[in-house]
Design a protein around this ligand. Sequence first.
Ligand code: NAD
Ligand code: TYD
Length: 351
Amino acid sequence: MSKTILITGGAGFIGSHVVRLFVNQYPEYKIVNLDALTYAGNLENLKEIEGAPNYFFEKVDIQNAEELEFVFKKHAISDVIHLAAESHVDRSISDPLSFVKTNVFGTVNLLNVAKSAWAGELDQHLFYHVSTDEVYGSLHDGGFFVETTPYDPQSPYSASKAASDHFVRAYSNTYKMKTVVSNCSNNYGPNHFPEKLIPLCIHNIKNMKPLPVYGKGENVRDWLFVKDHARAIDTVFHKGKPGETYNIGGFNEWKNIDIVRLLCKKMDEKLGREPGISETLITFVQDRAGHDLRYAIDATKIQQELGWEPSLQFEEGIELTIDWYLANQEWLEHVTTGSYQEYYKNLYDNR
Ligand code: NAD
Ligand code: TYD
């Protein structure tokens, strides 16, 4: 069946993989990528598909209801996959309000516009909200997050995502909107903005710069390759039951310090450096305020009910990721100098 899917945040890290997958895999769908192009949005991520006949881009901020309404009418949007968000915990600590504005207010704005556009036929349209495992809080004594784990967000970022999840469920219950939510663990892979741990370390190792490890590096994250997350989003979009929540994870827990050491080892090999050289760059720095100790997802539900599971082992995914960054130095340079923003500002501010 033909659909016109609005994917928000499609110029970001995960969103660009989702847009690429949908544009290539579903030529019968129209894919509308809506993105405000903040510092984290980069249309260079989508170069290969920007000329595809089923791909459209709209530079819009989800805080702007009028522009959202315009896009819904112009493209006759049938479904939404919502990824646009402020996504970096450290930024949320220094500027919580911008997280409230985009993640909470922006999401409610989008829900309202979708509700009006689909009035009278809410059961025929899906609003899919992409969220994070961080809403469940921090694990200290073993165990895993399951879909029924009570929310206990600990950072301004996770509090804002938790609030947006609650609003999506409230719209399902109150207005009978057809919604689905997924909560995923930490992603890694190509196109990841180099403020996050893995791309930051790859970039700094390459340039022999310090590798800042927060606290003692004992914090644990569950890492999933970004293309596997995009595949999971495809699965949930097509097969998920309305009103349900699906946890998505890699069954792949690592302490931060072990990841950093692994990256050092692999990069020494790839760059032909003397073994152990890159590890000398490791620098323990002041811990993040309120740093969550451990996240770990139990992804049994999506595996058993929808048949999704990760396709890549971590060692394989990390190899692919390092190789991608080494082969795409220009991308990294544009992102680190900010020059990509200038280019697209000129291009889209005149529309
Ligand atoms: P990202 O920061 O790389 O990309 C976010 C995108 O949203 C950017 O393109 C940005 O321009 C856009 N955006 C930001 N504010 C906007 C606004 N007001 N209006 C329109 N567009 C706006 O983030 P990401 O890592 O790709 O994460 C995408 C989604 O997945 C987020 O909702 C995040 O909470 C969720 N998530 C991320 C991870 C992860 O490990 N990165 C894990 C689980 C869930
Ligand atoms: P990050 O990639 O910011 O993702 P999140 O905070 O959403 O999990 O951080 C991953 C882990 O790495 C987290 O425990 C914080 C830590 N970290 C560092 O030790 N040094 C860094 O420079 C960064 C960015 C993160």
